[in-house]
Write a protein that binds this ligand. Structure first.
Ligand SMILES: Nc1nc2c(c(=O)[nH]1)N[C@H]1C(S)=C(S)[C@@H](COP(=O)(O)OP(=O)(O)OC[C@H]3O[C@@H](n4cnc5c(=O)[nH]c(N)nc54)[C@H](O)[C@@H]3O)O[C@H]1N2
Ligand SMILES: Nc1nc2c(c(=O)[nH]1)N[C@H]1C(S)=C(S)[C@@H](COP(=O)(O)OP(=O)(O)OC[C@H]3O[C@@H](n4cnc5c(=O)[nH]c(N)nc54)[C@H](O)[C@@H]3O)O[C@H]1N2
Ligand code: SF4
Ligand SMILES: [Mo]
Length: 692
């Protein structure tokens, strides 16, 4: 028996991008653990990925291609086994038929971060579809609002160096549940604390992270920009605005200072449903503590006012001059520090990529049911499970059931989305294919090499797309590039070579050193190096060019809100947020026995007052509903939330849930103010007992 050990990258959509060590016996992965030497992984993976081999070696892996031979929408019973040649021919003829009949824009590829790998995720598939002239996918489902806001404010998704947070003396974990979703940042926060930092979590829920912080502040969902404006006003009143730094390195401070006249802490507190003293005290801490680090999560940008929320929060450290100091400033995502030029790899020089319309992935339900004109008649899904994870689930199901829609799904296991496919193609998992990873939570690039045999006939996405291209008679050499070719192209211009990564697995690649303050002297990636508190370009998007506050669409406190929200709140008194569950990764793992056991059945967590008002107790079976749809859950009476705010963990599978619907049956197809992102946490519902 041969026993070998290999370093590789965790591919999941998580800011930590851990380096793992796999032990392989006779071509099969038998052990997994975190790499001890990696500066961010530091020897441990998270709980859910400690059990990753359940997913890799599970009996439920897809091992051969499947073609639909019965009715749509009923599941694997409708399918029969096919050879690869037969299945690829079916996809090629489906896409060709669409092109001939409806034009190439009637094809939509739908993909996201099932793997964060640039090679299996974001290159060969998008390259093929760009070459065909298919509709381009706007990949908005997760971070679009934050990205657009950061591009406007800082020029790109950049911020303080995450390992340097140990230097901070005040840390605000703002809409970020580190213990569940950014676990490897947590020890750095703990180290800062050991050196005397005060840690405040700002989250409507008392999450594990909030419970372990020095202080927890629970604003009403969707009101963060108001809180940030109130804090900036307090800083201004306290004489703590860093005028010299603001003058040198920002534009728009005079205008913002004027606006702050409208944001006394009393107004901010009322908008956020907080005690005014809580806001004042936090304002005082921010005014008097250098460096202050604001680690900004993505949860708070799943509200209609998301763009303004991210701008306002990330403006706070500009006002205090915190970027002067190592460990000071704000950080939402590190992605903008990397030089991985995906655009050039997807549309290489000399390869045709006809202009095509864009379809916003967060609007898939609408796009498939009338919004797209001409209609989409071919859909190719990979690295995503929209039937579970996209908003507007009932409407999406209607769209996916259309008899005139041809759907191919590349997957590792049978998901909700496979239920609606015409062709299901078995894909490899991370130990079985090559990939290249940057990160959105640290500054290292990682190469992942294939070290085990794929089960059955499973193939990498890239190979499946190469075969589809060949079967369609496309003979451009760039459509035959190998995975290694793609990795090398992605590294073009990066400060590390393929050879080095093959040798060392990972390398620090952003040019931002640990312990540095990259924007101490300004130099933001905007044309003039200044951060933009005022950005006239936003007028084009109908967004206030000045940092400000956009209220949530549904979640606002009805006593303060517009008439439409008040009327909605009479029928649907509870705000429902659906954050990440600790043992799932979106819908990944949500079908595996160990992970499901850890997460339990779908539950809606209600504050004791809200449960009592409805005569509900722990375990009561309920329907959670609004005008868009409903799903079934058990009640968890839970004082981790505030009255009027309910929550349930995202991304259970519909096919495994009672009533075959999940929380996304009640979430809206509605854009954020900036970036066209979804508004998963900006939802009103009522909860009522179901009998029997
Ligand atoms: N275990 C696990 N890890 C994950 C994921 C997973 O599903 N499971 N998903 C991954 C993905 S895709 C992503 S994008 C990241 C997301 O990582 P996070 O940014 O941490 O995302 P969420 O859990 O959606 O939201 C974080 C927190 O924001 C809070 N929140 C909701 N609305 C508001 C608000 O209006 N204001 C404030 N201040 N807080 C609010 C929620 O209660 C939640 O505790 O995590 C990744 N990591
Ligand atoms: N209600 C609610 N819904 C949400 C959210 C929320 O907060 N609340 N969060 C949203 C967020 S932040 C995100 S990022 C989205 C994520 O939603 P999705 O992008 O749909 O992510 P997953 O559910 O993890 O599905 C990824 C799928 O890709 C497959 N996969 C992984 N690697 C490969 C591969 O190499 N090849 C192929 N062919 N398949 C692969 C996995 O098996 C898995 O089924 O969900 C969103 N949905
Ligand atoms: S999911 Fe995140 S924390 Fe867990 S192993 Fe992967 S990268 Fe690390
Ligand atoms: Mo995400």
């Amino acid at each position: 028996m041969t026993r070998t050990s290999h370093l590789g990258a965790c591919p999941l959509d998580c800011p930590d991008t851990c380096v793992w060590q796999l032990t392989v016996e006779d071509g099969r992965a038998v052990e997994i653990r975190g790499d001890r030497d990696h500066p961010f992984t530091r020897g441990a993976l998270c709980g859910k990925v400690n059990r990753y081999l359940d997913a890799v070696n599970g009996p439920d892996r897809l091992t051969f291609p499947l073609l639909r031979a019965g009715p749509k929408g009923v599941g694997s019973a409708s399918f029969r086994r096919a050879t690869w040649d037969e299945a690829i021919a079916r996809v090629a003829s489906g896409l060709r038929a669409t092109i001939d009949r409806d034009g190439p824009e009637a094809i939509l590829p739908y993909y996201f971060a099932g793997t964060m790998g640039h090679v299996q995720g974001w290159t060969m598939g998008p390259r093929l579809f760009a070459h065909l002239g298919a509709s381009r996918l706007r990949t908005t489902i997760c971070t679009a609002a934050a990205k657009a806001a950061l591009r406007s404010l800082y020029g790109a998704s950049v911020g303080f160096e995450p390992e340097s947070i140990v230097e901070a003396r005040l840390i605000l974990l703002w809409g970020a549940n580190l213990v569940s979703t950014n676990l490897h940042q947590w020890p750095f926060v703990q180290e800062a604390r050991a050196r005397g930092a005060h840690v405040v979590t700002i989250d409507p829920l008392r999450t594990d992270t909030a419970a372990r912080s020095d202080e927890h502040i629970a604003p009403l969902p969707g009101t963060d920009a108001a809180l940030a404006l109130g804090l900036m006003r307090h800083v201004l009143d306290a004489g703590a605005a860093d005028r010299a730094w603001l003058d040198a390195h920002t534009v728009g401070w005079p205008e913002l200072a004027d606006r702050l006249a409208d944001w006394p802490v009393e107004r901010a507190a009322a908008e956020c449903g907080l005690d005014v003293e809580v806001v004042r005290r936090l304002g005082e801490r921010v005014a008097t503590t250098r460096p202050t680090a604001v680690r900004v999560g993505l949860g708070l940008q799943r509200h209609h006012g998301a763009g303004q929320a991210i701008r306002a929060i990330c403006a706070l450290p500009l006002v205090t001059g915190d970027f002067r100091h190592p460990g000071g400033g704000a950080l939402c995502m590190t992605s903008g520090h990397y030089v991985v030029n995906e655009g050039a790899v997807v549309r290489p020089d000399g390869m045709s990529a006809p202009a095509a319309r864009s379809i916003n992935m967060s609007r898939l339900a609408a796009a498939l049911t009338g919004e797209a004109d001409p209609p989409i008649t071919s859909l190719v899904v990979f690295n995503a499970n929209p039937a579970a994870t996209a908003p507007g689930q009932s409407r999406l199901r209607e769209g996916l059931l259309r008899e005139d829609l041809f759907t191919a799904v590349l997957e590792q296991r049978w998901t909700d989305t496979c239920d609606y496919a015409d062709v299901v193609l078995p894909a490899t998992m991370q130990p079985e294919h090559l990939d290249l990873h940057s990160s959105y939570g640290h500054h290292y690039t990682t190469l992942n090499l294939p070290v085990t045999r794929a089960p059955g006939e499973a193939l990498p996405n890239t190979e499946i797309f190469r075969r589809i291209a060949a079967a369609m008679g496309l003979d451009h050499p760039r459509l035959r590039d190998t995975d290694e070719d793609l990795a090398r192209q992605l590294l073009n211009g990066a400060p590390v070579s393929f050879e080095e990564l093959r040798e060392r697995t990972y390398a620090r690649t952003t040019g931002v050193a640990v312990g540095s303050a990259p924007y101490a002297q300004g130099g933001f990636p905007t044309p003039d190096g200044r951060a933009r508190l005022l950005d006239p370009a936003l007028n084009r998007h109908g967004v206030d060019p000045l940092v400000g506050y956009t209220p949530p669409a549904e979640a606002a406190d009805p006593t303060n809100a517009a008439a439409a929200v008040r009327r909605l709140a009479e029928r649907f008194p509870l705000v429902l947020i659906a954050p990440a569950g600790r043992f799932f990764m979106n819908s990944t793992f949500a079908s595996l026995p160990w992970h499901l056991r850890k997460m339990g059945e779908p539950r809606v967590h209600l504050h004791p007052d809200d449960a009592a008002a409805r005569g509900l107790v722990d375990g009561s079976a309920v329907r959670v509903r609004n005008d868009r749809g409903s799903f079934l859950a058990a009640v968890a009476v839970d004082d981790a939330t505030r009255p009027g705010v309910a929550f349930t963990y995202k991304a259970y599978w519909a096919r495994l849930s009672p009533g075959r619907a999940t929380v996304n049956a009640v979430t809206a197809v509605r854009d954020t103010d900036l970036g066209g992102g979804p508004t998963f946490h900006d939802t009103r519902v009522e909860v009522e007992a179901v009998i029997g």
